[in-house]
Ligand binder design. Structure first.
Ligand SMILES: Nc1ncnc2c1ncn2[C@@H]1O[C@H](COP(=O)(O)OP(=O)(O)O)[C@@H](O)[C@H]1O
Ligand SMILES: [Mg+2]
Length: 281
């Protein structure tokens, strides 16, 4: 069989840095995207097994990103992701300052994640990200959303500030409302929401597994929501403060299937010791 002309290997001179195409969204179904990108032969990071890539970034912390040699500095580590700021002599993405970018990698050798699960988790995160975008929720932009599967990392907008309580609570409430009204699970843990320079509260972490959003008591989702609310309740110094936070975050959600017992369970968990252990006199 003859190779179609478009697929034949051609020697193309390297594109000048500034003219590199900017990664942009290609409207495609997530499945088509997964297939097209994951089966692509050559990842942009020149390293074969994901574990090797991960060891490299843990050690030397220098990586070639879109043809630019970047020095990485770890700024965050969650359950799934390692997050790095980057320094390089030229811009990694055209017209985007490097200090407004972060690169995020899945844990490679730890926790059982590796090459084989990377594509599943990446495409799942991308789906969650695109759902949030479609609901007009502020999200940290994934600059390489259309090539992340092939790149094996996320190149994202850096969201500089932590959220503050209680002034940001209403903005966080909007995320809870959007999740419940649309029956979409977002990981609204306090550590996954940060603030842009202009004060916009922004989601930075996208759910890496498929979760069925159900709102009946006892479902898998109920315990996830209780766990999320527990983290918010812990933000209050006392049970009363925790209760205020949880009340405001869940206001008006009953009509979308929220069970107030989930909030009660969260408060019990977060402020258990205060209720049950009386100080010795
Ligand atoms: N877009 C971002 N802007 C600023 N910090 C970020 C961003 N993404 C991740 N981080 C930092 O990295 C940490 C881990 O990233 P996250 O996406 O939450 O991974 P995990 O799924 O492991 O929780 C975050 O808690 C935060 O400190
Ligand atoms: Mg997180």
């Amino acid at each position: 069989m003859t190779t179609p002309v478009s697929l034949q290997k051609q020697s193309v001179p390297p594109t000048p840095m500034k003219k590199r195409p900017h990664p942009s969204f290609v409207p495609q179904s997530p499945e088509a995207k997964t297939m097209a990108l994951w089966t692509a032969k050559k990842p942009k990071v020149e390293s074969s097994p994901y574990e090797t890539l991960f060891q490299t970034i843990s050690g030397e912390k220098t990586l070639s990103l879109y043809g630019v040699k970047a020095k990485l500095e770890r700024i965050g580590q969650g359950y799934f992701m390692h997050t790095f700021a980057m320094k390089a002599e030229t811009e990694i993405l055209p017209d985007i300052a490097n200090d407004t970018l972060l690169v995020k990698f899945y844990h490679g050798a730890k926790g059982g994640f590796g090459e084989n699960r990377l594509s599943t988790y990446t495409s799942s995160s991308l789906r969650n990200y695109e759902t949030a975008l479609s609901l007009n929720l502020p999200v940290a932009q994934i600059h390489n959303a259309d090539t992340a599967l092939q790149d094996r990392y996320f190149l994202v907008e850096r969201i500089p500030h932590e959220i503050e309580m209680p002034q940001d609570i209403e903005k966080v409430h909007q995320f809870f409302k959007a999740a419940f009204a649309n029956k979409v699970y977002f990981d609204l843990h306090p550590s996954n929401l940060r603030k842009r320079e202009d004060g916009t509260v922004t989601l930075i972490d996208f759910v890496e597994e498929k979760i069925n959003f159900k709102t009946s008591s006892g479902s898998e989702c109920a315990c996830r929501i209780t766990a999320l609310l527990t983290a918010w309740a812990e933000r209050g110094a006392s049970r009363a403060e925790g209760e205020q936070i949880v009340k405001r975050l869940t206001a008006g959600l009953e009509e979308h299937g929220f069970d107030p017992q989930w909030a009660e369970d969260a408060l019990q968990t977060a402020h258990f010791s205060q209720e049950t252990i009386q100080p010795k006199t």
